[in-house]
Design a protein around this ligand. Structure first.
Ligand SMILES: *Cc1c(COP(=O)(O)O)cnc(C)c1O
Length: 391
């Protein structure tokens, strides 16, 4: 039996983070101030995007990006069924329909083949495709984006898991070479923590301008953009020109985000090291337990270590394995329940068979992965897994 519990994920907050937040609390700005601008500039530089717009969560960022790209009723967003529900829900906020696409059963990723199959459901409608870099593994963006462009669809990457990942060209996720925008999450379980927080990156200046307004009520404060000319001489004047939301990131959260971003290399290095340790240890448990799939040529910064286990081959349910691991002090989680199996989406679109997503879901289990894990923890986890499975 273990002494300390290893959760499946955990943030790493150090004294520098606490000092950064404290300095913000002692400053004049609690919301939209210098920390927001500094975090956005540093993030844009890190992911090689020309624009980075912070917002209060990735959910808000997805809504802003979809809306900014014109998603509206009568249109569709094509979303992989293996993702957090927010990727799909943001399309519903825009009044658009969701087409849930199948995924590769081992990696859980949308592939050119599964996107192609989903495109058949478009039936002439326009909209967008939102690939998800599940667990931090970049999707085949050149191929997905080529298919989307053929149909005139916009592309938004849900990069909530993928800060620090590199694609096959060596470009960081967020550089948007093959998409209109990428959206990141800074929920504490993700690689960088803000409390709540999100970021939209893009190379499109016009889209960035739209989002800078819609994230703050649709209000314009720049006199050069006023429709009412006299407004320029009235110091109180601002104009709401389109409908927007309050999706701003507080300066307190941005101060934490910037301080965390300074440690991205360390966090990512640690995630890569721990993942490699797991990969080597799991060879012993193959073929009934498989290490997470990567993709050739990409260099993921893994957010999740999502193994595939053939539970039936062991005569065990996943619940029994999770409970057994908990008794050894090992926390696990399941990412994700397929979106098409949630009652809300079943009520909207009926039963849908997505065999790749269902097989992925049946076998997936996320083992603990976070930078503060001790060097010996992967071995402890794999040993516990072997015992629970009776290996
Ligand atoms: C966490 C997550 C989101 C939502 O992020 P929030 O910042 O919590 O809104 C969206 N998509 C995926 C794939 C996620 O993992």
């Amino acid at each position: 039996m273990s002494d300390c519990f290893i959760p499946y994920g955990r943030q790493w907050i150090d004294d520098a983070d606490i000092a950064a937040v404290t300095a913000c609390l002692q400053s004049d700005y609690l919301t939209t101030g210098p920390a927001v601008s500094a975090f956005e500039a540093a993030f844009a530089q890190t992911v090689q995007a020309s624009h980075a717009l912070s917002c209060h969560s990735a959910t808000a960022g997805l809504h802003l990006a979809y809306d900014g790209l014109g998603l509206k009723p009568g249109q569709c967003a094509i979303v992989p069924s293996i993702t957090f529900v927010a990727t799909a829900n943001a399309a519903r906020y825009c009044g658009a329909d969701v087409i849930l696409a199948d995924v590769d059963p081992h990696s859980g990723l949308m592939t050119p083949q599964t996107l192609q199959a989903a495109l058949a459901e478009l039936q002439g409608r326009s909209g967008l495709v939102a690939p998800v870099h599940l667990a931090g593994v970049p999707c085949d963006m050149p191929a997905l984006s080529a298919l989307a462009k053929e149909q005139g669809l916009a592309v938004v990457e849900d990069a909530s898991h993928a800060v620090g990942s590199l694609d096959e060209s060596g470009a960081p996720t967020g550089a948007c070479a093959h998409s209109d925008a990428a959206v990141f999450s800074f929920h504490p379980v993700k690689t960088l923590a803000c409390g709540e927080g999100g970021m939209v990156t893009t190379q499109d200046a016009e889209l960035a301008d739209i989002l800078s307004r819609t994230r703050s009520h649709g209000v314009v404060r720049d006199a050069a953009q006023f429709e009412r000319a006299e407004g320029a001489d009235e110091p109180w004047w601002y104009e709401m020109q389109t409908l927007g939301w309050n999706y701003r990131m507080p300066d307190i959260n941005a101060a934490l985000g910037l301080s965390q971003l300074n440690k991205l290399d360390r966090f990512a290095g640690r995630r890569r090291q721990l993942s490699q340790n797991y990969d080597e240890l799991l060879v012993e448990l193959a073929p009934h337990v498989l290490a997470p799939a990567g993709r050739p040529g990409v260099d993921p910064c893994r957010h999740l270590y999502n193994v595939q286990i053939d539970f039936a081959a062991f005569g065990l349910s996943r619940s029994q394995v999770m409970t057994g691991l908990r008794e050894y002090g090992v926390g696990t989680q399941v990412h994700y329940i397929p979106v098409h199996q949630h009652p809300y989406y079943k009520a909207l679109y009926g039963e849908k068979a997505l065999p790749g997503a269902e097989l992925y879901y049946e076998r997936t289990l996320s083992l603990p992965l976070y930078p503060l894990m001790a060097d010996e923890d992967p071995e402890r986890v794999v040993r516990a897994l072997g015992r629970v499975l009776g290996l």
